[in-house]
Design a protein around this ligand. Sequence first.
Ligand code: PSV
Ligand code: MN
Length: 408
Amino acid sequence: MLVIGFLFAGDSMRASQFDSILATLDRFRIEIPSWGFANTGTRFGKFVQPAAASTIAEKLADAGFVHSLTGCCPTVALHVQWDFPRGIESAPEVAGLAAAHGIAPGSINPNLFQDQIYKYGSFGNPDPSVRAAAAQHVAESIDIASRLGSRDISLWFADGSNYPGTANIRHRRRWFQEGLAAAHRLLSPSQRLLVEYKPFEPAFYHTDIADWGMAFLLAREAGPQARVLVDTGHHYAAQNIEQIVAWLLDHGMLGGFHFNDRRYADDDLTLGSIDPYQLFRVFHEILLFEWERGEQAGIAFMIDQSHNLKGKIEAMIQSVVTAQELICKAALVDHAALSAFQLSCDLVPAESCLQDAFSTDVRPVIAEWRRVRGLPENPLDAFRHSGYLERITAERSAHSNAGVSSYA
Ligand code: PSV
Ligand code: MN
């Protein structure tokens, strides 16, 4: 390790900083979503890409290729309705395909928003038979997770209403409480229920789980294995996401992230493309917490993006590489010095701890880490020169992608 450090020891980086970066990279894993490789779009339309994956086999092949280039994406998030065409019967095939591509199934995402029965909601639907169908789908998803050895079941609900007075907000909250507690009872001891929140879209008046506080309360009421999932795109524009992260950490309620970037709403842009300093601050809160506690927080880092304009695999690699860079920058914050400055209210030096770390170019050290591990030093370049895109474009153009998609 130190050999690498000395190789790159420039004027501004100390050996201990090299070591922090290397240790961070050794630990850092980020899950990529199967749906990020499929044709997706906006509600106004979809620009299909001939190379887009249209089967679970193709999605896992693409995910495996991203992992082979980056070395830090060993698991793939799966969406039950899109990736398990025969429900739990598809589980062995999915497990086999993942293994064949050197990866493993990751979080399992039930789909409680696409079927016609969910027009007025799933867990919050006034019709008990729809709530029962939603509960059944979640139960099957938990079975799938058990069959695949997946720890996390990630729940996102589109439930809400579009017009004032059309829904009983309190009754719906109760139904959510009951549904989540029932789902929690089905978990095996090693599994977790992650509760995601989102302020609006598709519902435009009220959303049943609209913010982190609602998700927090519902998760806490559901049981000890439930946590909150923070999707960075699911906030109002001015919200301080790292403060939410700090509070959830302090309560032991932060389960994981769906990373993406946004300028306006849930834009699903590549991570760090608009505001890399924000994600740096999020990583900083986590690393500071772990430094204070002397242990890792066990948080699931995941990407939740779908790319309508960029090439899907390129965009995924770009996101993974940016995530590595930002967490490495956050690892350069001098926690001891920062804590002392905070206690003495020494504002400018405290702020500089973050700014100095953020402005450090960590890319040469990351490239060296990759080289030592037999990974390409520049995964994006390696992808462009691999011939993979040309091959799948030719293969996949042979069958039409036009009808294949997911909502995301
Ligand atoms: C909803 O916007 C979301 O963030 C949820 O995580 C879904 O599972 C995912 O996107 C795909 O639609
Ligand atoms: Mn999400």
